[in-house]
Ligand binder design. Structure first.
Ligand SMILES: NC(=O)c1ccc[n+]([C@@H]2O[C@H](COP(=O)([O-])OP(=O)(O)OC[C@H]3O[C@@H](n4cnc5c(N)ncnc54)[C@H](O)[C@@H]3O)[C@@H](O)[C@H]2O)c1
Length: 394
């Protein structure tokens, strides 16, 4: 069994799917690793380190695809919507692919992957169970993004975060508000607290209150209640526009009082709800900073310009996307550990398992034998269930 690691090709992407440190674990399990030359360079992992841990470095990208039984990528075709298509002709029928594939993005893209005959596993679909926790790449990247959002805000804010009592008088601490206390939001709260900010957070899931408080944050209570705020997998569920309208009305004051607002309220597969309007931004003090972690999916702030940093009404709006890539050393390390746990689960007797009895495999398996086989993805895109599609009795 050979796992191949191509160099990431998305513009500006600096992460790599496997780092040298995980290779001995794979080798021990009888898995060989082939790495495209320079694949880890931008993340701080030179070729020599891979070779020293037992990987084989190959110069040509095409050779990685030609040799590998499993291609391991960070952004595979789907989540890499810029250059990912160039890999399509390189995928071989029967080859497995593991990576971020944006399974709820474009059905046409997933079909193209399926039509190459690839057995694709999408890490975004990992179930949220104790057994799968070590394989949860979304949480790993969320952790990195939450941390980096605070660092970016601190860099842009014309104030310092901590309270200081000095001979030059007292400096009051910065006030940081986090909207959306999922994995990224919770890490943002923890990081802002460590820098000394007075930190508060809001989430529509009632369960978030205790998590926010356990990190030393103040939970912002709004006089509105979400309907079925959380789905069975623990993700937030989309609400209707009147709910978002009431949220905006109630959040106005607390946003205006904050020096930094970090928004991280996303709904899987949906456009992000607008929770901070232009009018709310105008009420913030000049010099305030908003970091919109939902920028890639439209943004939680009405004025966010994805991929840009804008200054509007004196407020800096950071709409950077792919923040995890800006911390490539640790983002790659976490991702590589998640992938290694997943690969060790996936490979049995030198073969890739595709058995539907295992929840981790069933949930993450996206395409096989030319078809989109994932039940959740089929339902999301309104495709008939696989059994119905094959004309089998239901
Ligand atoms: N293995 C596991 O059990 C596991 C793994 C990861 C996360 N979790 C938990 O799942 C929960 C969700 O985390 P996540 O990182 O998936 O979140 P996420 O990235 O899906 O979404 C971010 C947060 O935004 C919130 N949100 C969405 N719309 C909102 C709105 N209109 N107003 C306010 N908040 C809104 C969601 O409730 C969620 O908490 C957390 O409690 C987390 O600890 C569990």
């Amino acid at each position: 069994m050979i796992v191949g690691v191509p160099r990431e090709s998305f513009p500006g992407e600096r992460r790599v799917a496997l780092v040298p440190g995980v290779i001995p674990n794979l080798v021990k399990a009888g898995i060989e690793v082939v790495v495209e030359a320079g694949a880890g360079a931008d993340a701080g992992y030179p070729d020599a380190d891979y070779a020293a841990k037992g990987a084989r470095i190959v110069p040509a990208r095409a050779e990685v695809f030609a040799t590998a039984d499993v291609v391991a990528q960070v952004l595979g075709y789907g989540s890499n919507d810029r250059t990912g298509r160039q890999d399509l002709p390189l995928y071989r029928s029967g080859q497995a692919l593991v990576g971020f594939l944006r399974p709820l993005g474009s059905v046409a893209t997933i079909r193209e992957v399926a039509e190459r005959g690839v057995t694709a596993f999408s890490v975004e679909l990992m179930p949220r169970t104790t057994r799968a926790q070590s394989m949860d790449a979304l949480s790993s990247m969320g952790t990195i993004c939450g941390y980096k959002a605070v660092v970016l805000a601190a860099e842009r804010l014309p104030r310092i975060f901590p309270m200081l009592t000095t001979a030059a008088g007292t400096i009051t601490p910065a006030r940081v508000l986090v909207i959306g206390a999922g994995v990224a939001g919770l890490q943002a709260i923890a990081t802002a607290k460590r820098l000394g900010a007075v930190t508060s957070a809001y989430d529509m899931r009632p369960a978030a209150k205790e998590q926010v408080q356990s990190l030393g944050g103040r939970f912002v209570e709004l006089p509105i209640e979400a309907k079925d705020a959380q789905d069975a997998r623990g993700y937030g569920q989309a609400q209707d526009e009147s709910f978002y309208q009431r949220q905006r009305e109630s959040l106005g004051r607390v946003v205006a009082e904050s020096d930094v607002v970090i928004t991280a309220a996303v709904i899987p597969g949906k456009k992000s709800p607008v929770l901070v309007t232009a009018e709310m931004v105008a009420r913030m003090a000049p010099g305030s900073v908003i970091v919109d972690l939902a920028a890639e999916r439209g943004g939680n702030c009405e004025l966010t310009r994805p991929e840009e940093v804008a200054l509007i009404h004196g407020v800096t709006l950071v709409g950077s996307i792919n923040l995890a890539s800006t911390v490539p050393y640790h983002a790659s390390q976490m991702y590589a550990r998640n992938l290694t746990a997943f690969l060790l689960h996936l490979v049995k007797d030198g073969k890739i398992r595709t058995d539907g009895d295992d929840e981790i495999i069933r949930d993450t398996l996206l395409t096989r034998d030319g078809q989109i086989v994932n039940a959740r993805v089929r339902e999301f895109f309104g495709l008939p269930s696989e059994a119905a599609a094959q004309g089998a009795p239901t």
